[in-house]
Design a protein around this ligand. Structure first.
Ligand code: ADP
Ligand code: ASP
Ligand code: MG
Length: 450
């Protein structure tokens, strides 16, 4: 059994879904479970409806929902059998229109936003299941919310592993064993009382991994719009090369620091069973892609100790300067308690004897954090920063790398420098506007052509 997960661009239009059908057909012998994202840009468009609701613009809301339904309908007309999905999609869109219409003039609550955002996956999966059936494949649409039990942290819900494992085995396995191809949704789940949730943006990869671990599959295939995990984001570095292999650890670090190609949590459920992830290009299915697994630790990319470079924009640096921290054992604990209390995740941390600098991405609760930190020392906040991460297993065994790195980065100003505990990455902070250029210069340094 395998998982075949298709991202937004891999299901964007009729041609893309046609390619998906070809790929699934080529995997029949592997007994695939198909996990899909919403059609490209549909999640953004759905979340955009929230602003129309808030503005009380009922006419624009109706038009935007009709446009979304029409996009699915146009694809359905081009794919044999896919129109069978349209009654369910149209009916659900009408329900959505009623729900949002009743909320006109106010902000949607987090639970309502999750119910809204998840519609994209529900609709795309219906379309794709019908198109697969139309192509003569035995597809069965499965509502993943009956499997993916989560807590109620809307927008970033945490799945309940034990329950989802039992349910995936009970629901998906028998289908596969009778020769069916389950087609289900990434990204979404539901609480114990059935309220819809989402796992966070880009979360379909995580769903694929969770279901893969539950079903103990041979591999999890992530079908996307690039040839695999690359030495840098090809949109920033056009000459970036595809990696043949990477370790779970490297993939997780790269994803955490901005490599959008995988959700940061993807490797996590698969580590224990050692199930490989293969990242593949749905427009070039014969390319070998990147295999992510433990044994990749043994492989080196040429003679470079660095495997890949990623960056993440929209970062805020919080500096806390506290002379009193000298010799004060409780300082770091008190500081972390502030972040924990407000549930703000810290990405990078660097400290000296009198100050601590750390980075956060989510600014929603930052004001409250800064207020509480002021009890501990002088707090300075700097916005519009970017984290650059240089990742590779070889980093821990290569002396002199930091000097090489900082020479290459000049003249950009480097602010917070940190090396992860795993010592497979070096991360630092620069001004956001310098980010792409710094990535290009590092790529030139470690991989040549830029
Ligand atoms: P999907 O819709 O298939 O989930 P995403 O848009 O989420 O795809 O992720 C794929 C994109 O990730 C690529 O188009 C590429 O621009 C970007 N990306 C960023 N860093 C990397 C990297 N190191 N390797 C490959 N792709 C990367
Ligand atoms: N459709 C969701 C998003 O755009 C989930 C995903 O594509 O992974 O974030
Ligand atoms: Mg993605």
């Amino acid at each position: 059994m395998i998982i075949a997960k298709f991202g937004g661009t891999s299901v964007a239009d009729a041609a893309a879904i046609g390619r998906l059908i070809g790929i699934v057909r080529s995997r029949i012998g592997d007994r695939p479970v198909v996990v899909v994202s919403a059609l490209a840009k549909v999640t953004d468009a759905l979340l955009g409806l929230g602003a129309l609701v808030h503005a009380g613009d009922g006419a624009a809301l109706g038009g935007a929902i009709r446009a979304l339904v029409e996009r699915h309908a146009a694809i359905a007309r081009d794919l044999r059998g896919a129109e069978a999905a349209m009654p369910a999609i149209t009916e659900d869109a009408a329900t959505l229109h009623r729900e949002l219409g009743a909320a006109l003039g106010r902000m949607l609550r987090p639970a309502e936003l999750d119910a809204l955002a998840g519609r994209g996956e529900l609709w795309s999966s219906r379309l794709i299941a019908a198109a697969l059936e139309g192509a003569g494949l035995a597809a069965t649409w499965v509502d993943v919310r009956s499997i993916m039990l989560t807590d109620d942290r809307f927008g970033r819900a945490t799945p309940h592993l034990q329950t989802l494992t039992a349910r995936a085995r009970g629901c998906l396995k028998p289908l596969v064993e009778t020769g069916r191809i389950p087609v289900t949704q990434g990204f979404i789940g539901a609480t114990a009382d059935g309220t819809p949730t989402t796992l966070g943006r880009g979360g379909s990869d995580f769903t694929a991994a969770l279901l893969g671990a539950a079903l103990e599959v041979e591999r999890v295939e992530i079908w996307t719009d690039v040839n695999g995990l690359m030495t840098a984001d090809p949109r920033i570095v056009p000459s970036a090369r595809t990696l043949r292999a990477a370790s779970y650890e490297e993939a997780a670090e790269l994803a955490t620091f901005g490599a959008k190609v995988l959700h940061p949590a993807t490797a996590q459920p698969l580590v224990r069973a050692g199930i490989p992830i293969v990242v593949l290009n749905s427009t070039r299915p014969d390319e070998p892609g990147t295999i992510i697994e433990p044994s990749a630790e043994l492989e080196r990319m040429g003679d470079s100790p660095v495997r890949s470079i990623s960056w993440k924009r929209g970062i805020t640096v919080v500096n806390i300067r506290a002379p009193r921290m000298l010799g004060a054992y409780g300082f770091l604990r008190a500081m972390f308690e502030v972040f924990e209390r407000h549930e703000v995740v810290v990405d990078v941390l660097a400290s000296s004897e009198v100050s601590v600098s750390l980075t956060v991405e989510d600014r929603t609760r930052l004001d409250a954090v800064v207020r509480d930190l002021a009890d501990l020392g002088d707090v300075r906040v700097e916005h519009h920063r970017a984290i650059i991460a240089v990742v590779g297993i070889g980093i821990r065994s290569t002396p002199g790398l930091a000097a090489r790195l900082f020479r290459a980065v000049q003249p950009a100003n480097v602010e917070v420098i940190s090396q992860g505990a795993s010592a497979i990455n070096m991360t630092f902070v620069v001004q956001e506007r310098d980010g792409p250029d710094v990535v290009r210069r590092l790529h030139q340094e470690f991989f040549g052509t830029c």
